[in-house]
Ligand binder design. Structure first.
Ligand SMILES: [Zn+2]
Length: 472
């Protein structure tokens, strides 16, 4: 370890991921003679490029002293086990709920990495080198021992002259903005990293807290220039789609990410049922990961908003355990396709590229009575995107199917702030933040937010490229 020989410089951030894109969040912070990472996410894109980008770090993992983790989503946490595998031995600071969620998410990610490597090895030509998974279950186990929980709003020294405070980001259970006070040769500097910034009015979670004041502000920009449908209208429409589908005797399929989005959908469905506004039909959540994540949600009421706490006091059945059936076993999942009555099936994965949703789509999209409800962003070149575009035919698991089911898109369940919400939350820092760096956004989205911030009094608003750095 070379820490004691490091030159002490004013706090400097170097951008290694989520620069002009939305995945692979990872920034390097040099401050107080220490080197820290702000998030360590998986880059997700084309297979070859992703493998290379995730495999090779642009620094020596054993030179990193600590990681500050904003939340458990894989594009922010998913490369931690690889960092540990390659020699990182320091603490990973995160909130208690993030530590618990990361345990289920990284375990699942390791399984996917191992399956992916096994698949590539089966396709390997004679003489090709064996493909190793990026990391495996043992690396995840070691990583989990390095996670150190720091509750919200609790200033904590994480190095000489480095004080960390997590404040609620309102984006996912346990999600936090990272507020830092950093000593440097030119005096104290404040750095705020929004991580993924949530929205007001989302169910279960509290609204985002005030963005901590900062000399250097690093903000996400996912939905710069865009507007989301209000959350309550979206819940109304969800109810309407269920009723219409049931009225024609169909099934409703909802592809959804297992952690975050699934719990939001389930919460709304359960509330609608309790209010007598949905017919009494079976609701299945077909994802073992979602079942485990929901357990973590239940175990962390310290993250809930007041309304959810009130509901919980009146009725502990917050996620409808008594009514909603969580399908763990593959055979039970397959058996769902043999049932003819109306039902709702929420299944992994979000963009319909893998997971149990594929089997349900295969059996149900040729029947016009059924509905596929899309509740999240669908990247180009995914089956999810082709469904959104309502292509007359789609290929699923190597076969062509006619798309006859209705496809409905609900955009209001996003857990990211939209343009107006970003401006409102960042606004109080205008005039005091001397540098603003926008990350975690496609260039067009980040540019739209940058332009608006400049007109509202922010100076030095820049969208960094990979490898760029800024000194606070
Ligand atoms: Zn996120």
């Amino acid at each position: 370890m070379t820490t004691k020989h490091k030159q002490v410089v004013d706090p400097t951030v170097t951008f290694w991921g989520a620069a002009r894109t939305v995945t692979g969040s990872m920034h390097q912070l040099d401050a107080g003679g220490r080197t820290m990472l702000l998030d360590c996410g998986l880059f997700q894109g084309h297979r070859e490029e992703s493998r290379r980008r995730n495999q090779e770090f642009p620094f020596r993992p054993k030179d990193i002293d600590a990681v500050l983790l904003s939340h458990a989503h894989i594009d922010h946490s998913g490369n931690l086990p690889n960092l540990v595998r390659q020699g990182f031995a320091g603490p990973v600071y995160c909130t208690p709920a993030t530590r618990a969620l990361a345990a289920v998410m990284l375990g699942d990610a390791a399984k996917i990495q191992e399956e992916d490597a096994a698949y590539l090895n089966r396709k390997r030509q004679k003489g090709d080198p064996k493909v190793e998974p990026l990391y495996d279950g043992r690396d995840v186990y070691r990583t989990l021992h390095q996670l150190e929980a720091v509750p919200y709003d609790t200033p904590t020294a994480v190095g000489k002259g480095v004080e960390l405070t997590f404040v609620d980001a309102g984006h996912l259970l346990g999600s936090a903005m990272i507020g830092l006070r950093l000593d440097g040769p030119s005096g104290e500097r404040r750095l705020t990293v929004t991580g993924d910034l949530g929205r007001r009015g989302l169910p279960i979670l509290r609204d985002p807290a005030a963005v901590p004041p900062a000399d250097l502000l690093i903000s996400e920009s996912t939905y710069g220039g865009q507007t989301h449908e209000p959350v309550d209208e979206t819940a109304e429409r969800l109810g309407r789609v269920v009723r219409e589908t049931v009225a024609r005797g169909g099934k409703l399929l909802i592809p959804a990410f297992s952690v975050g989005r699934t719990q939001t959908v389930v919460y709304f469905l359960h509330q609608l049922v309790k209010a007598g506004r949905l017919p009494d039909i079976p609701i299945y959540v077909d994802s073992p990961l979602a079942a485990r994540a929901t357990e973590v949600f239940r175990a962390h009421p310290e993250c809930f908003n007041d309304e959810t706490l009130r509901l919980l006091q009146a009725d502990p059945d917050l996620f409808g355990e008594r009514r909603i059936r969580y399908v763990e076993n593959v055979n039970d999942s397959i058996a769902l396709n043999g049932r003819s009555e109306s039902c709702v099936i929420v299944a992994a994965s979000g963009m319909c590229e893998a997971g149990r949703i594929l089997h349900h789509l295969k059996h149900n999209i040729e029947d016009p009575r059924n509905t596929v409800l899309i509740v999240g962003f669908q990247a180009p070149n995914t089956l999810g995107r082709r469904l959104v575009e309502r292509r007359p035919e789609v290929r699923i698991l190597g076969r062509t199917f006619a798309l006859k089911a209705e496809v409905v898109v609900l955009n209001g369940l996003s857990s990211h702030a939209d343009h107006a919400e970003l401006l409102r939350d960042l606004g109080p820092l205008a005039g005091t933040a001397r540098h603003v760096r926008l990350v975690h956004g496609e260039p067009e989205r980040a540019e739209a937010l940058a332009a608006a911030l400049r007109t509202t009094g922010f100076a030095d608003v820049v969208i960094p490229d990979r490898g760029d750095h800024v000194t606070a």
